[in-house]
Design a protein around this ligand. Structure first.
Ligand SMILES: CCCCCCCC/C=C\CCCCCCCC(=O)OC[C@H](COP(=O)(O)O[C@@H]1[C@H](O)[C@H](OP(=O)(O)O)[C@@H](O)[C@H](O)[C@H]1O)OC(=O)CCCCCCC/C=C\CCCCCCCC
Ligand SMILES: Nc1ccn([C@@H]2O[C@H](COP(=O)(O)O)[C@@H](O)[C@H]2O)c(=O)n1
Ligand SMILES: [Mg+2]
Ligand SMILES: [Mg+2]
Length: 222
């Protein structure tokens, strides 16, 4: 949903900044790499210590690089298969760090086994949700569904909640509950999204197989 409705807005807002970086000789790949490093550092330095406010601020400063890199590549006319691969692969790394950071907090000083497990479920299910699309497309299917909770939703819901929960450290009462709520929402939403994508791939695969088309890709039927 956010990908559909918010992307156009952020493209407009970030285009001048992307153009500025290109003029300074910065490459889209550099933005992809630095952005991912910033998200990973923000998540793994701050979240395991329960410093959710500062962790979220650092991550937010870097996570928008994921919208800037593609914007730069398109403006410069250098969009490439390598860039697409790098972007998607490093998205998985960044997501792993964010939800891994939550899991480390709950496994340590946060001391909550259930929320640790929910965080790990968010991490794993998010990766599988993305994999369904990548694998479906690799065997020549359109995978014409995005589902309830895509990556943008997973990040926005969990980071907004983490940022607000972090205000607890500044004396704001009652905000600590927001992060557990968000993690449960992302976990349930990811499970629903996984179901939506699997059902779609099953239908598309049945239609393609019935049509007698040859599956694309060397491993298509493995
Ligand atoms: C006093 C208050 C304290 C609270 C502070 C909180 C402030 C911070 C709050 C929120 C910040 C969260 C921002 C998160 C933005 C995430 C943007 C982003 O990275 O989106 C990525 C997404 C997908 O990009 P790709 O096409 O490159 O990725 C594909 C995707 O990963 C697929 O995965 P799947 O969906 O299938 O699981 C893969 O299949 C595919 O391989 C991969 O290529 O981009 C979008 O979706 C575009 C829309 C982005 C919408 C962003 C909305 C932001 C909303 C609120 C922003 C709040 C701004 C606050 C600024 C504060 C500054 C300090
Ligand atoms: N280093 C990069 C990063 C991205 N691309 C291209 O942009 C597409 C992703 O666009 P986003 O707006 O989601 O970032 C990606 O599929 C590539 O075509 C690139 O070339 N190099
Ligand atoms: Mg990107
Ligand atoms: Mg990306």
């Amino acid at each position: 949903m956010l990908n559909k409705y918010a992307r156009a807005f952020f493209t407009r807002v970030l285009t001048p900044f992307a153009a500025f970086l290109l003029r300074r000789g910065v490459t889209p790949d550099a933005v992809t790499l630095v952005g991912t490093a910033g998200v990973v550092a923000g998540a793994l330095v701050f979240f395991p210590r329960g410093e959710f406010f500062w962790g979220t601020i650092v991550i937010t400063l870097f996570v928008f690089s994921d919208l800037v890199d593609g914007n730069m590549a398109r403006q410069a006319g250098v969009s490439s298969r390598w860039g697409a691969f790098l972007d998607s692969t490093l998205d998985r790394v960044a997501d792993g760090a964010v939800f891994g950071g939550f899991a480390l907090w709950y496994a340590g000083a946060g001391d909550d086994d259930v929320l640790c497990a929910v965080s790990i479920f968010c991490l794993a299910s998010g990766q599988v949700v993305s994999y369904t699309k990548a694998r479906g497309e690799s065997i020549g299917l359109p995978v014409a569904v995005n589902g309830l909770v895509e990556r943008a939703e997973r990040l926005v819901v969990s980071l907004v909640a983490a940022g607000l929960a972090g205000l607890h450290a500044f004396g704001v009462p009652g905000v600590g509950i927001l992060l557990p709520i968000a993690l449960w929402v992302v976990a349930v939403g990811s499970a629903v999204t996984l179901g939506q994508r699997v059902v779609t791939v099953r239908r598309e695969a049945a239609e393609a197989d019935a049509g007698g088309g040859t599956p694309r890709g060397s491993e298509a039927t493995s």
